[in-house]
Design a protein around this ligand. Structure first.
Ligand code: PGA
Length: 252
C-alpha cells in the first residue's frame, strides 16, 4: 500500500451511471498528476465492474461494504470474492453509517477477515459519536479498533488501513472538521493501541486515514499537522472541482 492514500466514498451517489463515469474520469485525471498518491474510488457496487473495466490504471477501486460469507443463502449480500472479481482491491468496513443501522463489532471483525481472505485491503472505520471532557471518546475508539481487528493475526494487521472518522464531523463543511492538533493526538493514540498487538516499528507503519468534512480548504493542514497518511472523503469526492484539489493537496 502506498504511504499516501485517498479513498473516495461515494455512498449512495450519483443516481446515474453516466454521472458516475464523469466523476470517475475527473478523478482519474487528477490522480494521473499525483504519482505519489494512491487514489481509490468506492462507488455503489452496481457501477463497480464497468468503471473498473474502463479505468485502465490510474485509480483503484473499492466497495463500501462486503458480506463475510463466501456464498450461500444470504439474500441481498455480496461477498468479498465477488467484488474482487469485479475489479475491487479495497473494502470500506464498519462505516459509521452502517454501525448506526445496527452493524455490530463482531460482524465488522468478520468482514475485515473476509476482505483479507479475498486479497482486498480493508479500510476499517472507527470514530466516536461525540467528544466529552473526560476523554470517554478515547475508550470508544480503542474498543472499536481492538474489536474490529480481533480476528486478524498480528502479521496481517499492516494490510488494514485504519480510517478515523469522528461521526460528529461527517458530512459537515471544512471548518467543522477536527482541529489538526486533535487529529495528531488521535493518530498517536491509535498507533499506541496498535502497539498492544504489534511491534512498535510495525505499528508506526500502519496506514491511518482521516475522514469527516475533508475538503480542499482543510486537506493540506489536516494531512501535515494531523500527521495522517491520507483521507477517506465523502461528499467532496463527488465534486469534480474540489476532489482534484484534495488529491493535489495530498500530493504536495
Ligand atoms: P464526508 O464523509 O467527507 O462527507 O464528511 C466522510 C465519510 O463518511 O466517509
Amino acid at each position: 500500500m502506498a504511504k499516501r492514500l485517498i479513498v473516495a466514498n461515494w455512498k449512495m451517489n450519483p443516481p446515474t451511471f453516466a454521472e458516475a463515469k464523469e466523476i470517475a474520469e475527473a478523478t482519474k485525471k487528477a490522480a494521473a498528476r499525483a504519482p505519489g498518491v494512491s487514489v481509490v474510488i468506492c462507488p455503489p457496487v452496481i457501477y463497480l465492474r464497468e468503471l473498473a473495466k474502463n479505468s485502465r490504471g490510474g485509480v483503484s477501486f473499492g466497495v463500501q461494504d462486503i458480506f463475510y460469507e463466501e456464498r450461500g443463502a444470504y439474500t441481498g449480500e455480496i461477498s468479498s470474492f465477488m467484488v474482487k472479481n469485479a475489479g475491487a482491491d479495497f473494502a470500506i468496513i464498519g462505516h459509521s453509517e452502517r454501525r448506526e443501522r445496527g452493524e455490530a463489532s463482531a460482524v465488522i471483525a468478520k468482514k475485515v477477515a473476509a476482505a483479507l481472505d479475498a486479497k482486498l485491503a480493508p479500510v476499517l472505520c472507527i470514530g466516536e459519536r461525540a467528544r466529552d471532557a473526560l476523554g470517554e471518546y478515547l475508550s470508544v475508539v480503542r474498543t472499536q479498533l481492538t474489536e474490529g481487528l480481533a480476528d486478524i493475526p498480528p502479521g496481517a494487521i499492516a494490510k488494514v488501513a485504519i480510517a478515523y472518522e469522528p461521526v460528529w464531523a461527517i458530512g459537515k463543511k471544512a471548518q467543522d472538521a477536527i482541529a489538526p492538533r486533535d487529529l495528531h493526538e488521535m493518530a498517536i493514540f491509535i498507533r499506541k493501541v496498535l502497539t498492544e498487538r504489534l511491534e512498535r516499528a510495525k505499528a508506526l507503519k500502519v496506514t491511518i486515514l482521516y475522514g469527516g468534512a475533508v475538503e480542499s480548504d482543510n486537506a493540506h493542514r489536516l494531512l501535515h499537522d494531523g500527521d495522517v497518511d491520507g483521507f477517506l472523503v465523502g461528499h467532496a469526492s463527488l465534486d469534480k472541482k474540489d476532489f482534484p484539489l484534495i488529491i493535489r493537496a495530498v500530493a504536495s
